[in-house]
Design a binder for this molecule. Structure first.
Ligand SMILES: C[S@@+](CC[C@H](N)C(=O)[O-])C[C@H]1O[C@@H](n2cnc3c(N)ncnc32)[C@H](O)[C@@H]1O
Length: 462
C-alpha cells in the first residue's frame, strides 16, 4: 500500500497538484512518516536509481511497474528497509541484476559502501545533507501531567536533556550555530527550544518517535515550532472565551487549551467532517476539556451568539506552500509552481474569513496565520483587512525585538508606514529551521488611537 500511495503522490506532485508535504498531509495513509521518508529519499536519488534500473533491465522484465514504482522499490531493496507486500516477488526476480548494477556503479564511482554511493548522488540533488531536514519539535502537553513529571519520565526512559546557554548571542543571533547545536544531538538527546516554552527539540533521526508511549498517553505532541507561535501570539488570559475558526485537526487548539489551563471556553469550528472527527479524538487523547467543537463553516457563525468571545485564532485554509522546507525538486523552484487560479480563490476566502472575525463585537485580539509563503495569502490579505475594518483593528508588533528573523514583506513605502506590515512575522526553514509560516496579530484599536504600539507576548522567551 505504501508504494502505491507513494507513487500516487509523486505523480500528483509532478502534475503540480501541491507540494510533497501538503500532498502527504492530505493522504489517508496511516504510515505518513515512512511515506515521507520513502518519497524524499527516492526523489533525492532518482538519478542513481534510474541508472541502476536501466542497467539491470528490471523494467524490461517487469513492465507493469512503471518508472515511479520501480524507483521506489529499488530504493527500498538496495538502500532502505527492504521490500514487503505484493511487489516482493517482482523485486526478487530482479534482485541479482539489481545488486550487480549497484556494484557496477560502486566500482565506477570508487566507493566501498552503498551509502557512499548515495552520498555521491546526494550532492548533485537538492536534498544535500542532514542539515536540510527539519528536526522533530515536540510540545509538552501539560493538561494532565506537569512538565516536571513528563521530563522525569523522559529521563527514566534514557532521553537526555542537553543544556546550553539560551541567552547566548550565539543562539539568539546566529541560526547557523543553533542548527549546528541541533544537528550535533545524539539519537537520545534533546534541547529546550530557544523561544517557545514547553517545546523540546530532537534531531530528525532521533529514536524519539510517535510509537513512544508518552504520545499515546497524550503528554507529548509533535508540532512544528512555527505552529506553536500562533497560539502564543493569541495568548488569551485564563478563563477567556476564544474562537478557533479553522481548527481541525486541533493541534493549535491543544496549545490554546494549555495556555488557558483548560479553563474558559474554546469554540472550535471546521468545515470538514472527516477532519472534525479526527480532531475529536485528538482533543480527547490530549485531555482537552474546554472545547466546544462544531463541524460548520466559520463564515456562517452568527456573531450575536458569541458575545463573550475576546480572542479569535484564524489559521486559515491555504496553499500549504510553506510546508516544503527548503526543498526544490530538480530545477523546479516552488515559487514558480504556484497556481494563480487556486491562490486567487484562497485569497478571496481568507479575506472573507478575516473580515468576518473582525465583525465579532467584543473581540480584542485576532491572530491570522497561514503555512504559505505567498504574499497573496499573507500580506495582501492583511492589507485588505486593515483597509476595510473601519479602523477597528491595528497590527501589533508581534514578539517585537524577540523575533529578529523574518518579518512581513512590504514593498510599498506608504503601506509600510501606515499599515506596519513588518509587524507580522514570517518563519522559514533557512532562518528558523521550521516550516514557512506567516502570522499577523491584530488588536482592537481602543479609543481609535491609531498609533501602533509595540507589544509582545509574555510567553515567548529567549
Ligand atoms: C490550516 S488548517 C487548520 C489547522 C489547525 N488550525 C491545526 O492547527 O491543527 C485549515 C482548516 O480550515 C478548514 N476550513 C476551510 N474552510 C473553512 C471554513 N469556511 N470554515 C471553517 N473551516 C474551514 C479546513 O477544513 C482545514 O481543516
Amino acid at each position: 500500500m505504501v508504494y502505491a500511495e507513494a507513487k500516487r503522490i509523486m505523480i500528483a506532485y509532478e502534475n503540480k497538484q501541491g507540494s510533497i508535504q501538503s500532498l502527504i498531509a492530505q493522504s489517508k495513509s496511516q504510515h505518513k512518516n515512512s511515506l515521507t521518508c520513502l518519497i524524499m529519499k527516492t526523489m533525492s536519488y532518482k538519478k542513481l536509481l534510474n541508472k541502476i534500473i536501466k542497467k539491470s533491465k528490471m523494467l524490461e522484465n517487469e513492465k507493469f511497474l512503471g518508472d515511479k514504482l520501480a524507483q521506489l522499490l529499488v530504493y527500498d531493496v538496495l538502500f532502505g528497509m527492504g521490500v514487503r507486500g505484493k511487489f516482493k516477488s517482482a523485486v526478487k526476480r530482479n534482485y541479482q541484476s539489481l545488486t550487480e548494477a549497484c556494484d557496477y556503479y560502486m566500482k565506477k564511482y570508487q566507493v566501498d559502501k552503498r551509502e557512499n554511493l548515495l552520498k555521491i548522488f546526494d550532492e548533485k540533488q537538492f536534498y544535500s545533507n542532514n542539515s536540510s531536514i527539519k528536526p522533530k519539535y515536540i510540545y509538552i502537553n501539560q493538561l494532565k501531567q506537569k512538565k516536571k513529571e513528563i521530563i522525569g519520565k523522559l529521563s527514566e526512559d534514557s532521553f537526555q536533556k542537553v543544556e546550553y546557554d539560551r541567552k547566548s548571542e550565539n543562539f539568539t543571533k546566529s541560526n547557523e550555530e543553533y542548527k549546528n547545536l541541533i544537528n550535533s544531538l545524539k539519537e537520545n538527546e534533546f534541547i529546550k527550544d530557544n523561544h517557545v516554552k514547553n517545546l523540546i527539540i530532537f534531531k530528525h533521526d532521533s529514536i524519539m518517535n510517535k510509537n513512544y508511549n508518552l504520545f499515546a498517553d497524550g503528554h507529548l505532541l509533535q508540532i512544528d515550532k512555527s505552529s506553536c507561535l500562533v497560539p502564543l501570539a493569541l495568548n488569551p488570559e485564563k478563563d477567556s472565551h476564544v474562537i478557533d475558526g479553522a481548527s481541525a485537526p486541533g493541534n493549535k487548539t491543544i496549545l490554546i487549551s494549555n495556555i488557558l489551563k483548560n479553563t474558559g471556553l474554546i469554540h472550535a469550528f471546521d468545515i470538514d467532517e472527516t477532519r472534525v472527527k479526527l480532531m475529536q479524538n485528538n482533543l480527547k487523547q490530549h485531555h482537552v476539556m474546554n472545547v466546544r467543537l462544531k463541524c460548520m463553516d466559520f463564515l456562517q457563525t452568527e456573531i450575536y451568539k458569541y458575545d463573550r468571545v475576546s480572542h479569535i485564532m484564524l489559521d486559515v485554509p491555504c496553499s500549504g506552500s510553506g510546508m516544503t522546507n527548503r526543498m526544490k525538486f530538480g530545477d523546479t523552484d516552488l515559487e514558480n509552481v504556484k497556481d494563480d487560479k487556486r491562490l486567487w480563490k484562497l485569497e478571496a476566502l481568507q479575506r472573507r474569513m478575516l473580515l468576518h472575525a473582525m465583525s465579532f463585537q467584543n473581540v480584542t485580539r485576532i491572530v491570522y496565520s497561514t503555512c504559505s509563503i505567498h504574499q497573496e495569502e499573507n500580506e495582501n490579505v492583511i492589507r485588505y483587512a486593515l483597509k476595510n475594518c473601519d479602523e477597528r483593528f491595528k497590527l501589533i508588533n508581534l514578539f517585537a525585538d524577540k523575533w529578529n528573523y523574518g518579518r512581513g514583506i512590504c514593498t510599498d513605502e506608504k503601506d509600510a508606514n501606515d499599515l506596519h506590515l513588518d509587524y507580522c512575522i514570517r518563519t522559514s526553514f533557512d532562518s528558523n529551521f521550521t516550516n514557512g509560516f506567516f502570522i499577523a496579530c491584530f488588536e482592537l484599536n481602543r479609543n481609535n488611537d491609531l498609533e501602533t504600539s509595540p507589544e509582545e507576548s509574555q510567553l515567548i522567551e529567549n
